[in-house]
Design a binder for this molecule. Structure first.
Ligand SMILES: N[C@@H](CCC[C@H](N)C(=O)O)C(=O)O
Length: 296
């Protein structure tokens, strides 16, 4: 692999940024240390994670979804670890497919480790490819366990929400109380999240409008987390006494993240939809000598 010219792109959704590695036939190996080197912001390209773009039929984890979704998002966190789902990633993934001419505006299905996700690529006002992207994120699970999240000498009860990946949502008075988030906030009991957790800190901004910061499992503090924003919207709705399954009406929250704004709607059947931007920023090839050193 080290002598090949490997193509990459860089993209982001509300500044949750990704190195995109197109590999339709699933020929590339992406060991964790190479992913971490790619995501390194000083010695690599830089990103919160990697979107490895593979045909579902060519990937052992996605073959069973190939009839429903031609493309598989093999998502990796910035430290090289594997995650089930990435909400901003799936928007950027769809934008890449459109950018590469592999799909047009409209609807498509993307296979992920959390299952198939439906995506809608809107056209912008000029009919171009820069409109918002909506993802049907599936249903949130809200396990009952009590969780506590701690930063310094402050602790908060947190809501356990699973959006295909695990989240702990804590309502705080001030986003500054989350501290520098250079390391993962401790949580207890540890047994609730045996594989680690993404932690969201939330403040109110207005009616059905919140702001959040997030510490992502495997990536550190990021400027946005799509699954996190969905977890926050659902946890906030329950805190506010709003449950679309009970009222029969959708509930929409605006969620401000450090890198922009996401709009999240929960439908009466429990399905959560997320809408936000997704952009391709650059493309190029990996330098073979850099790649040789990175994989040595
Ligand atoms: N940034 C993502 C979430 C990526 C996965 C997460 N770090 C995990 O390990 O579960 C998003 O936009 O959802």
């Amino acid at each position: 692999m080290s002598n090949e010219r490997i193509a990459f792109l860089k993209g982001h959704g509300t500044e949750n940024d990704f190195v995109i590695v197109p590999d339709p036939d699933g020929r590339l190996e992406l060991p964790a240390d190479l992913v971490a080197r790619l995501c390194d912001r000083r010695a690599g390209i830089g990103g919160d994670g990697v979107l490895h773009v593979v045909r579902s039929a060519a990937h052992p984890e996605a073959r069973a979804m190939a009839d429903e979704a031609e493309w598989f998002m093999d998502y990796r966190n910035g430290d090289g670890s594997i995650a089930e789902m990435c909400g901003n990633g799936v928007r950027v993934f769809a934008r890449y497919l459109q950018h590469a001419g592999l799909v047009g505006a409209g609807d498509l299905a993307v296979a992920t480790r959390a299952g198939v996700r439906r995506v809608h690529l809107a056209k912008d006002a000029a009919g171009g490819a820069a409109g918002d992207v909506t993802v049907v994120m599936g249903r949130a699970e809200l396990p009952e366990e009590q969780v506590t999240v701690t930063v310094g000498d402050r602790s908060w009860p947190a809501r356990n929400v699973n959006m295909g990946n695990p989240h702990a949502v804590a309502f705080v008075e001030d986003l500054g109380h989350a501290g520098d988030l250079y390391s993962a906030p401790p949580f207890s009991p540890a047994a609730v999240y045996p594989d680690g957790v993404n932690v969201e800190f939330v403040v109110d901004r207005g009616p059905r409008h919140v702001a959040m910061r997030v510490h992502e499992r495997g990536s550190g503090e990021t400027r946005s987390c799509g699954t996190g924003a969905c977890a926050v919207a659902v946890a906030t709705a329950r805190r506010d006494g709003a449950d679309p399954a009970v009222t029969g009406s959708p509930v929409t929250y605006t969620v401000d993240v450090l890198g922009g704004t996401l709009v999240i709607t929960e439908l009466p059947d429990g399905t959560v939809e997320m809408t936000g931007p997704a952009e391709i920023v650059a493309e190029g090839t990996l330098d073979p000598s850099w790649l040789r050193a990175a994989t040595a």
